[in-house]
Design a protein around this ligand. Sequence first.
Ligand SMILES: Cc1cc2nc3c(=O)[nH]c(=O)nc-3n(C[C@H](O)[C@H](O)[C@H](O)COP(=O)(O)O)c2cc1C
Length: 197
Amino acid sequence: MGKIAWKGGALLAPVPPTLVTSQSDERRNVFTAAWTGIINTIPPKTYISVRPSRLSYELIAKSGGFVVNLPTERLARAVDFCGVRSGRDLDKFEALGLRTEPSPVLGLPMLCDSPVCLECRVFETMPLGSHDMFLADIVGVCVDDALLDAAGRLRLDRAGLLAYAHGGYYALGRYLGRFGFSVMKKKTAKKKAGNRK
Ligand SMILES: Cc1cc2nc3c(=O)[nH]c(=O)nc-3n(C[C@H](O)[C@H](O)[C@H](O)COP(=O)(O)O)c2cc1C
């Protein structure tokens, strides 16, 4: 394989094009953020990188919290719309018919139609250049009860999660194996794969 060397760029893919909800005083908003990820497991911590010009930046900086709502195929249009329209110009919840309910820990709006919502409390804001990074503790997680199987396990494989890669939106593709499958005995790996069908 021959490689072409380019200058540094933000070419990490796929990433989740999350819908981030926020509220300060009576003003609420939703915007699309793909610059996000997990930065610690215990305690669980995440980040979002946000340009200071966004309305969402203002609301998150004021309230000190936000909710990361995982996007699904059914939310693809909303994901794109919330990434190209500002809450300064219109109410995106109303424009898209997005229903919200208060998150249990922080009381911020979370999307009813998102299967997994992470409640995040900011502990540090780090200016990086074009974006500021809000580092946050994940203080609560709400999951759609319809995604729990009979044994109470979360079946995120049934959620229809969305991915973003190099300017394009994608539905997740074929299931290839479970965590640790490369070192599992063949029989166990096969059984685990079967369980997911
Ligand atoms: C797929 C996608 C991903 C985006 N990711 C980010 C991001 O991580 N950080 C950011 O500041 N803006 C990001 N944007 C742009 C904002 O979502 C966009 O400017 C939005 O209109 C800001 O809304 P607001 O002013 O209502 O907060 C993204 C847009 C798209 C379409």
